[in-house]
Design a protein around this ligand. Structure first.
Ligand code: ADP
Ligand code: MG
Length: 250
């Protein structure tokens, strides 16, 4: 039997291929013909930083979830580093929106960050010292090492975002999908996130960030992809609809 989160199904990424290649993608949450993503195409070069811009309900989170295999693909294809979806799953990390997490779950910050290592551990294996060291290093990079022993229910919004990003860093993936990491965080957390994104990119990793703040962050990205009503739109059309007026997160 092959378990999805052990390494038996793992194929090495093709380093020459785009980090993400999507063709004619359709994704739906229901069996009806109501698509959250419609005929979506994209090619994201490896080593680039991309902003995913669009109003609430545009399909940004849906796209990330589809790339992680969390939603069924109704039509089209998704390739990650030239491999079929799932073939190199632990090379991809998805950082969900903070609101998608149950912050009352009774675990410590360090335990949460260690979850980033589980994709390597397989079933029934416990993290070893090297995993703990990497988790602590990730917390340090996010200026959050002092929070390691704290229950996650006791974190402020900015602290929650820092530890979520630390969890994503701990996975040491090649493709990072960050869902609105800058919403409702303080200025110092913004600065830390910006520095870490810069560092991750300089390591040759690929980053896609869903954001409502592209106008303030443009210089950090190599390209922007605009989404509206589940479709890619051209920048002029997208910019009109991607402003803060639609953001309910601040
Ligand atoms: P964004 O992240 O850009 O705000 P989403 O990907 O969350 O947008 O939503 C895209 C579309 O999918 C919206 O029409 C939304 O209502 C719908 N949708 C999102 N999550 C669900 C869900 N769990 N069940 C049904 N429909 C959903
Ligand atoms: Mg979203």
């Amino acid at each position: 039997m092959i378990f999805p989160y052990c390494q038996h199904r793992h194929s090495s990424p093709d380093r020459q291929a785009p980090a993400l290649k999507i063709r004619s993608l359709r994704v739906s949450y229901s069996s009806e013909d109501k698509f959250a993503l419609k005929d979506f195409d994209i090619s994201i070069p490896a080593g680039s930083a991309t902003a995913l811009v669009g109003p609430n309900g545009a399909g940004k989170s849906t796209l990330f979830k589809a790339v992680c295999g969390l939603l069924p693909v109704r039509n089209g294809s998704i390739e990650v580093f030239g491999r079929a979806l799932g073939a190199c799953h632990h090379r991809v990390v998805y950082l969900p929106q903070r609101s998608a997490i149950d912050w009352f779950f009774p675990i410590s910050v360090l335990e949460l960050v260690l979850m980033g290592r589980y994709v390597y551990l397989g079933w029934f294996k416990r993290p070893v010292k090297a995993d703990v060291d990497l988790a602590r290093q990730s917390l340090k990079e996010m200026n959050a090492l002092d929070l390691a022993g704290r229950q996650i229910s006791k974190l402020s919004g900015g602290q929650q975002q820092r530890v979520l990003i630390a969890r994503a860093l701990a996975q040491d993936a090649d493709l990072l999908l960050l869902d609105e990491p800058l919403n409702a965080v303080d200025a110092s957390t913004r600065e830390t996130v910006a520095n870490v994104l810069h560092k991750v990119k300089s390591q040759g990793k690929t980053v896609i960030v869903a954001t409502h703040y592209y106008d303030q962050e443009e210089g950090r990205y190599d390209q922007a992809v605009y989404l509206k009503d589940g479709k890619k739109v051209d920048p002029e059309q997208g910019e009109d609809d991607s402003g803060h007026k639609d953001c309910d997160c601040r």
